[in-house]
Design a protein around this ligand. Sequence first.
Ligand code: 6PG
Length: 466
Amino acid sequence: MNKYNFGIVGLGVMGRNLLLNMADNGFAVAGLDLDPEKAESLQAEAQDGQDIKATTHAEEFIGLLQQPRTIMLLVPAGKPVDAAIASLVPFLDKGDIIVDGGNTYFPDTDRRFNELSEKGIHFFGMGISGGESGARRGPSLMPGGNREAYERLRPVFEAVAAKVNGEPCVEFLGNGSAGNYVKMVHNGIEYGIMQLIAETYDLMKKVYRMDNAAIQLAFEQWNKEELSSFLVEITAQILKKKEGETYLVDLISDWAKSKGTGKWTSQNAMDLQVPVPVIDAAVNMRDMSKYKPERTEAAKILPWNTGVIAAGKEKNIGHLKQALFFAVLTTYAQGLAQLTVASETYGYDLDLEVVTKIWRGGCIIRAAVLEDFRAAYAKNPQLRNILLDKDIAQKLVACQESIRAVIKDAIDQGIPVSGLMNALAYFDAYRSENLPTNIIQAQRDYFGAHTYERIDQAGVFHTQWD
Ligand code: 6PG
């Protein structure tokens, strides 16, 4: 009794895989699940040398743990987290740690952090990325909470996390809900990149008339170059999969589901007044995908002559890779800019060099380019936007002709590419010293006497326009 280093509540796929990962790394781990089947099957799965104990009773579970206790919850976000906390708290002592490893909406973490602080219990919200296999083989972990208490979690998290060049993809990120916030934005970026890849695939298919085999080869090749990333890699694998003679991807419905983290990223970006248009577009397109019956009807009455072949089509296939790279870079830029503002607004005290470091491995948005972002933040920790880093800027400038050419083809052919378009529009707006928002200020003053500022004089002005 009392010998287990770590406790996991919730033995679904994520909880069980993380528990087995901890056990592989020599930790003695106790698991709790109210479902006897889950508890028993985990116990049966324990290999020789793995110190695992699973139970269905909260009190017994607590009794198994070394003190002060460290417990991680891997239960669905929302009410189940509150229920799990409520079932444990009566048996806990001051100094114990609870870590929520779900995709929790960050204000919930702040609430729980404050409630449990009053009881002397440390609460951490930790984003975990990498899906089921990541949890088993090495995820990227994004913990936030109390820096000192984190030292007690560090050994186990560093052992189980993915490693890149020997560095673990986990580090304490910041105060309170910082970990959940970073994971939320990770998912917003994930949505953006997935949308951009989908648009690229659509262009290959419908504009450049490539077949699945050619598309597959392109993604496979791109994954060996500067676009090297988990999402490009799995796209190449997806495009290989056949059922009999048919490519599975051609049999999958175009209705994309979502659990909400991308939407939260967009919503909160609006609250913080940070433009993240590629992420917004990605959320919009998943929403648009639901309107299948309406789209089917509209397809009949809103035709466009897609028979027109864009001039320079062959040449532009070569531009596609560059266009995708450009758009992916701007998507990271938007998410990272959101983190910069969120850190100031919510007092997270984030270090974006650390964030980009732990995103290099284990997580869904891991990509070769994260190394460049990390270098940019190492050079200048005050960097407000990675577009302002000279090396990143150079990469974008080198690709801008390509994305403009590709978008022109998409427009000619009537292919919706709002991710790519928003990537370019963001870039064009961000590099505009003068935006036409002077007109908006004048209009506001015209109809509402909202006043405006001038470029030639200091002060606040109102004009009697008519
Ligand atoms: C990860 C993923 C993971 C999950 C997404 C899916 O980092 O491992 O992001 O958290 O697969 O939540 O999100 P949607 O269902 O919203 O697409």
